[in-house]
Design a protein around this ligand. Structure first.
Ligand code: FAD
Length: 455
């Protein structure tokens, strides 16, 4: 009588370099892949709309690929701990493997489940797969977590190099046990009324094969220009790997090793992967990252009463500020936005519209296909000034100067917000705020933060 092993897939929707899958295969028992859509467990943040769209495509691809290799992917919905325990029983499984995740609520669920399953005599093991460096292995001399990127990354680079990626299994024995699975379509992850995902379908093909193809293309065609033009949104040289890494269609180990093989001097690109590590490190030590100012003196910032019309204008890309509007429309259409423009649009929301960073973070959470529980709040706090190694609060991006510097020919703006082109007859909208006055109001607000930090 076989006793299958369950591989619980989470943020690692891939077959290659998947240590949990490999451990299951090495046990020489049938392997059952499981994905749990958990919108109920305490503290788990429900996925945003664009993320749900991506998840659908990525799960479909993973299921097909597992089936091609002889395996199966069981889909279930509900609180993870309960569902995993049920599937273990249904399948008569004797082992459960997963790759680690780093959010507070997620870690709590995993730790409790590990204990409970072991008490029932089930073998359980978790693996390092989604980060190059486990957060607890990177510590300052005095044993505390890092709060500044440069020494953090230096410390990472001084550790043993990330392990080589594991090869994709040739086959997966799914066994003969029939375990009930939901139908992916019944989860209704795709938007229907209205179907706003046309731009996402045009821009992306979720799934591991497309992820690997993009990595190869990036290394071949764009890496050389990356360091020089990565800040220019019209240049199109960045890797576009963020949703791939977010959903684990590619492991950071694969990205790391393939990059070094392509160009041993690709330090600039690798240090961006380092920022992803730093965001996860920060979340690990500050599980409230999405809701609480990391530097608590920022709680004293006197946010004025919210003007919903301003928030809406920002969300819809109708602020009258060309680079901001272009960025917000790129986001709505494609589910991503160039990093430089993310910084500018976030700074404009916080420091010109004087809207709490958490409302901007939530909008990005809903609209980004790479919406990440660590990187999104980490970067919002970085822009707000309240976060780890943050931009100083008095650094307020001027979106017009930023456009001159990083989109000098106006190509990016023309692509996403054509009404601002010089050669159009259209009347461009008026800015909804005066950049100079609103900047001054923000600086006044930050005086309260300064006072709070002194008291
Ligand atoms: C306000 C704001 C919110 C953001 N929210 C997210 C988010 O939810 N998810 C997300 O993956 N990134 C987020 N970022 C970081 C960054 O903008 C994106 O990772 C990047 O634009 C993705 O494009 P790329 O893959 O072409 O990046 P590349 O320049 O090719 O970089 C390679 C990889 O490095 C990582 N990376 C690069 N910059 C950062 C960074 N600043 N922080 C963390 N990781 C980084 C990403 O995984 C990226 O795919 C945010 C940045 C800002 C300013």
């Amino acid at each position: 009588m076989p006793h299958p092993s369950i591989v619980w897939f989470r943020d690692d929707l891939r077959l290659a370099d998947n240590p949990a899958l490999r451990a299951a295969i090495e046990r020489d028992e049938p392997v059952i892949g499981l994905y749990v859509l958990d919108e109920e467990s305490e503290g788990i943040r429900p996925l945003g709309g664009a993320a749900r769209w991506w998840l659908h495509g990525s799960l479909r691809s993973l299921g097909e690929r597992l089936r091609e290799k002889g395996g199966q992917l069981v889909l279930r919905r509900g609180p993870s701990a309960r569902v995993v325990t049920e599937v273990v029983k249904d399948a008569g499984a004797s082992a459960v493997f997963w790759n680690r995740r780093y959010g507070g609520a997620e870690r709590e669920i995993d730790a409790q489940l590990k204990t409970a399953l072991r008490e029932d005599g089930i073998e359980v093991a978790s693996f390092a797969a989604s980060l190059l460096f486990e957060p607890w292995t990177v510590q300052t001399g005095s044993g505390t977590p890092y709060s500044v990127f440069t020494p953090f990354w230096r410390a990472c680079r001084a550790l043993p190099a990330p392990r080589a990626p594991l090869p994709e299994p040739r086959e997966v024995d799914g066994g003969s046990a029939k375990v009930a699975s939901d139908d992916l379509d019944d989860w209704q992850l795709l938007p229907t009324e209205p179907d706003w995902a046309a731009g996402l379908r045009e821009a992306w093909e979720p799934g591991e094969p497309a992820a690997r193809a993009r990595l190869r293309e990036f290394l071949r065609e764009d890496l050389d220009d990356y360091a020089r033009t990565r800040n220019e949104p019209a240049a199109g040289v960045t890797s576009q790997l963020s949703p791939r890494l977010r959903w684990g269609e590619l492991s950071p180990h694969t990205v790391w090793h393939d990059t070094i093989e392509a160009d041993g001097a690709a330090g600039r690109f690798l240090s961006e992967i380092g920022w992803r590590e730093f965001a996860a490190h920060t979340l690990f030590y500050h599980p409230d990252l999405a809701t609480k100012n990391l530097h608590r003196e920022f709680d004293a910032f006197p946010w004025p009463r919210l003007k919903p019309s301003h928030l809406e204008a920002w969300q819809q890309g109708r602020t009258g500020i060309p680079l901001v509007d272009a960025g917000m429309r790129e986001l709505w259409r494609t589910g991503v936005m160039h990093n430089r423009v993310r910084m500018v649009t976030a700074s404009f929301l916080i420091k010109n519209l004087l809207i709490d960073w958490r409302l901007g973070e939530q909008w990005f959470w809903d609209t980004l296909v790479d919406a990440d529980g660590a990187s999104n709040p980490f970067n919002w706090q970085w822009v707000a000034g309240s976060g780890a190694d943050a931009a100083p609060y008095f650094r307020i991006f001027n979106p017009e100067l930023q456009a001159k510097k990083f989109d000098p020919r106006g190509e990016y703006i023309a692509r996403w917000a054509p009404e601002y082109r010089a050669d159009t007859a259209e009347e461009p909208p008026e800015p909804i705020v005066d950049l100079g006055e609103s900047r001054k109001a923000a600086l006044d607000g930050y005086e309260a933060v300064k006072r709070a930090s002194r008291s």
